[in-house]
Every structure is written in structure tokens, then in C-alpha cells.
Write a protein that binds this ligand. Structure first.
Ligand SMILES: [Zn+2]
Length: 156
């Protein structure tokens, strides 16, 4: 695992723990060159999972998109990264168990709303206000991107 600060290839795992019953493993690493610390997440694969939009168009599920949605909704709300990781892992797990390889965008959106409601009321309201108008998680990201200026995310 390459160090994000100095690109050195030699990094050491200093702590490793499961975030969600085996679904995600969080690793704390230290760079042997510059001594920086950073976190990596090891996740279960969701290869082949497809999201079916309202107009019938199917697109490959994107964890990054979902994570971005969560991060934007939770922006400045003090929600822990682990909580977001856990929420996404739970959603992925539930989707694969209950819907197999195809999940409708609205089912996915509802799951995100449910999860955000558990995490933070304001994050939930932010997401819900946009999502209910557009009914699509990717539209939500566009809209929120305009509402809230992009902020520099701390490296994981
Ligand atoms: Zn380094």
C-alpha cells in the first residue's frame, strides 16, 4: 500500500479491526519513510451489482457515488467515517441478500435515507429534500454539489 503523502511503497499496518461483521476491515498504516499515518478500508466486492433507474436504464453500482452522497449529506455534521463505512456496508449487504444483482434506484435511495436517519437528522433531511424531488441518488449528488461548495476531504 503506497503512502499518500510521499508515494513510498513501504507502509506498515499498525492497527487492524473489523468495522462491520467482516464486511469492512479498517487498517491504520504508518509510512516507514515519512512516518505519516493513514487509514485504508478493505471491502467486500460488489462486482456485477446493477442499479435500475426509473426509466429502466441499468448502470453498474458505484460505491464511490454512494459514499460521496453520504459524505455530502453528512458534511460538517461530525459523523464518523467509520459510521459512514458501516452504513454503506450494511446497505450493500442488504441489497445483495434481498435483491441479488439488480436493485432499483428507488429501493437503494430509500435504504440510504433510512441509514442517514439513524446517523444524523440533518444529514437525513438534506438528502431527503433533494432525493424526494428527483428520485435518484445520482441526481442528488449533482444538486447537493451545487448547494454545498466542494470542500477538501481529509485523506483516508
Ligand atoms: Zn510517506
Amino acid at each position: 500500500m503506497k503512502c499518500p503523502y510521499c508515494d513510498n511503497q513501504k507502509t506498515k499496518v499498525i492497527d487492524s479491526r473489523a468495522v462491520e461483521d467482516g464486511g469492512v476491515i479498517r487498517r491504520r498504516r504508518r509510512c516507514e519513510e515519512c512516518d505519516s499515518r493513514f487509514t485504508t478500508f478493505e471491502r467486500r466486492e460488489t462486482v456485477g451489482l446493477m442499479v435500475v433507474k426509473r426509466d429502466g436504464v441499468r448502470e453498474a453500482y458505484s460505491r464511490e457515488k454512494l459514499e460521496l452522497g453520504f459524505r455530502k449529506a453528512c458534511s460538517k455534521r461530525g459523523v464518523d467515517t467509520d459510521e459512514i463505512e458501516r452504513g454503506i456496508a450494511r446497505i450493500e449487504e442488504q441489497v445483495m441478500k434481498e435483491h441479488g444483482k439488480d436493485v432499483s434506484a428507488s429501493v437503494l435511495g430509500d435504504m440510504v435515507m433510512e441509514k442517514l436517519r439513524e446517523l444524523d437528522e440533518i444529514a437525513y433531511l438534506r438528502f431527503a429534500s433533494v432525493y424526494k424531488r428527483f428520485g435518484d441518488v445520482s441526481e442528488f449528488q449533482k444538486e447537493l454539489g451545487e448547494l454545498m461548495p466542494e470542500e477538501a476531504d481529509s485523506p483516508l
